[in-house]
Design a protein around this ligand. Sequence first.
Ligand code: GDP
Length: 175
Amino acid sequence: MTEHLMKILIVGDGNVGKSSFVHRYVNGQFNKMYKMTVGVDFSVKLLHWSDKEKVRVQLWDVAGQERFISMSRIYYKGASGCVIMFDVSSSSSFLSCRHWKQDLDNKAMLPNGDPIPCILLANKCDLAQRVVSADSINTFSKANGFVTWMETSVKENKNVGEAMRRLVQEILSTR
Ligand code: GDP
């Protein structure tokens, strides 16, 4: 049995659903209360990936900042993958994704020098008031080297596990 350890970062503007995502993924629950993340937290989930492989996923949820703040290099150290999240009802949170991706690529890389696999998540797709179109997300995702992008609703538990599986699969294939 092989056990892989993966440090995966979750970044994006404040209020897009990052801590809800981690909570849903790790504990299977959605908490309606708004809780500002203080400092950096990590949660762990053990995946029984195959007959021969387990994956221990460490999810690092970085402090809920209201504005774009570039993170300290220490958070990026040893990262195997990254989730960049925005809220489909907030165009500013989508625009910030460019900065988050650049920040990631400037500060972290795989041991072989390649960029860290990163998935783009368009969260809160349950909301009627969406302002970011699928076309613009698709174009942005391709132009900026994301593994792929997916619509998620942490509230309705849509694509949470699927998105993480896609990212873990990509990380394993680049190892
Ligand atoms: P963070 O600052 O990025 O960690 O965001 P939070 O996880 O604290 O979520 C911010 C707010 O958005 C909270 O009120 C959540 O309940 C809400 N939220 C998170 N995900 C969703 C979602 O998929 N749909 C809807 N409608 N609300 C969500």
